[in-house]
Design a binder for this molecule. Structure first.
Ligand SMILES: *Cc1c(COP(=O)(O)O)cnc(C)c1O
Length: 358
């Protein structure tokens, strides 16, 4: 069976060696040695200059914390083309999602339509660098400054992406990532938040630890967003393989790029200035019918691509429906092809040939 992705498992001896450290320290959570070491390693690997990292127990809680601190229960301008966590976090934090349609080629929020959606209640823009493809960061920053809005990037797919020579996590007031098992770099469950402003970083920091300022004093309201030593152990065991994983994925992406028929399917257009991470391989069909045919044929061969992202998030039952023509159309026609470290060339050939035949 071939799925859209496959979790990378480091050699078990290397994982248990990391877990052994937690045993030796008799320390399982509350920012132990392993969590702090992983943060240091990631800071260097990602070449963070201005932003500080805080790793968390998943990739959703940092979006919620950012919205709690910056959203103020107001309207949040957001993309309908993302994983459901993006929209759910907005609603969960008692903010109102205001969808703005996406660009048909980049698949990120269409920045030219943002200003028309701003009202006196708007507090934030929450945009996703979908499939690791950066939004139009400069333009979003300009709009946010002009209207005094905060910018949160859901960069769950963007581990190791560089934009204009620096980590994509350096952009926006807050940027978040997911280290879920299906993501490029993982800790089983996990995530991270990145922030340049020391004061805001501190608010995020205490928010993720119940608001504590020592055992009996509190800075303010908080929740539990802490990652454990056991998760950090997995991260530390996966970490040394990241360059190999990225190189392996690049080869598969090259194969798809060289062998698919781009008269019949369209691929996402990468934004200029992006050093991409080969995180997903989405293809857009001419019709949903064509997609379903290909999906059926591949499923018969025990190959399971995924309909990322379907449905368009403006259509889910916990938001008010507002038509988003492009997102709804793209969502119904887009399929992510299998892409993971260790996917064999014979299988990639089979996938490509099956699609071409149909
Ligand atoms: C995976 C994902 C998340 C959520 O991350 P978790 O670590 O699973 O909580 C949020 N946004 C996007 C776009 C994602 O793909």
């Amino acid at each position: 069976m071939i799925n859209v992705t496959k979790t990378f498992f480091p050699p078990i001896a290397e994982y248990t060696a990391q877990v052994q450290r937690a045993y030796d320290n008799e320390w399982l959570t509350n920012r132990g040695e392993l969590v702090r070491e992983l943060e240091d390693k990631l800071t260097k690997y990602l070449q963070l200059e201005e932003s500080k990292i805080l790793i968390t127990n998943n990739g959703t809680i940092p979006i919620q914390i950012a919205l709690k601190l910056l959203g103020n229960g107001g309207e949040v301008i957001t993309t309908p083309f993302s994983y459901v966590a993006t929209t759910a976090a907005v609603v969960w934090e008692n903010c109102t999602p205001v969808f703005v349609d996406i660009h048909p080629e980049f698949l990120t929020i269409d920045e030219t339509k943002i200003e028309a959606a701003i009202t006196s209640k708007t507090t934030c823009i929450l945009a996703t660098h979908v499939f690791g493809n950066p939004c139009n960061i400069e333009e979003i920053e300009r709009i946010a400054k002009k209207h005094n809005l905060k910018v949160i990037y859901d960069a769950a797919h963007s581990f190791a992406v560089q934009y204009k020579g620096k980590s994509v996590f350096e952009y926006g007031d807050v940027s978040t990532c997911s280290f879920h098992a299906t993501k490029l770099f993982h800790t089983g469950e996990g995530g991270a938040v990145f922030c340049k402003d020391p004061e805001l970083w501190h608010q995020i920091y205490y928010s993720h630890n119940f608001g504590h300022n020592g055992p009996t004093d509190f800075f303010g309201l908080g929740i539990n967003g802490k990652i454990s030593e056991l998760q950090a152990a997995m991260g530390l065991a996966v970490f040394p393989y990241m360059n190999e994983i990225l190189a392996g994925r690049e080869k598969i992406v090259d194969y798809y790029n060289n062998h698919l028929d781009f008269e019949k399917v369209t691929k996402m257009r990468l934004r200029e200035g992006t050093d991409w991470n080969y995180s997903y391989y989405p293809v857009i069909f001419n019709s949903e019918e064509a997609l379903l045919k290909v999906q059926k044929k591949l499923n018969d061969l025990e190959i399971f691509p995924r309909r990322y992202f379907y449905p368009s998030l403006n259509t889910v039952n916990f938001v008010d429906y507002n038509e988003m023509k492009i997102s709804e159309s793209v969502s119904s026609r887009i399929l992510c092809l299998p892409l993971y470290f260790g996917l064999e060339e014979g299988n990639i050939e089979l996938i490509v040939n099956t699609i071409i035949k149909i």
